[in-house]
Design a protein around this ligand. Structure first.
Ligand code: RB5
Length: 150
């Protein structure tokens, strides 16, 4: 799978670890993040990864900042992005199965590298269940377009 990855200055080390790990698992990884620990702004990297996913250049995305929060909030401002912050693999599995999440976010100050490996493993290898969950994902798409729900 071709995966977009992005990070701010707080997550360079974890980004490098996860890039290497995903490549070892046979994925192709495109680095849209900073490789510099100098202070920068997480919305920039959220936007780059979101664009790569929405354009179809990459199938899924990984975003990492200090907490995973700012970068996920920024990504979710973009129409078509469903970004889930995960600190353990169960949430990553359900984010794929129920929410059809296309980006997983993690916090480099929250979790360690081994937990992050499990999270991305599950996120990349779990399919959306569709069915009643699709109805709800479609409802979220309506919200993005400013449409009212019944
Ligand atoms: C940057 O200092 C920090 O605010 C950022 O990495 C992230 O944790 C924000 O949500």
């Amino acid at each position: 799978m071709k995966i977009a990855i992005g990070n701010d200055h707080g997550a360079v080390e974890l980004k490098n670890h996860i890039m290497r790990y995903l490549e070892e698992q046979g994925h192709e990884v495109v680095n849209f993040g900073t490789d510099d620990t100098a202070s920068t702004h997480y919305p920039i990297y959220a936007q780059r990864v979101a664009r790569a996913v929405l354009s179809g250049e990459c199938e899924r995305g990984v975003l990492i900042c200090g907490t995973g929060l700012g970068i996920s909030i920024a990504a979710n401002k973009i129409d078509g992005i469903r970004c889930a912050v995960c600190s353990e693999p169960v949430s990553a599995k359900l984010a794929r199965q129920h929410n059809d999440a296309n980006i997983v976010a993690m916090g480099a100050r929250i979790i360690g590298p081994v937990l992050a490996e499990s999270i991305v493993d599950v996120f990349m290898n779990t399919e959306f269940l569709g069915g009643r969950h699709k109805l709800r994902v479609d409802m979220m798409a309506k919200l993005e377009k400013g449409e009212a729900l019944e």
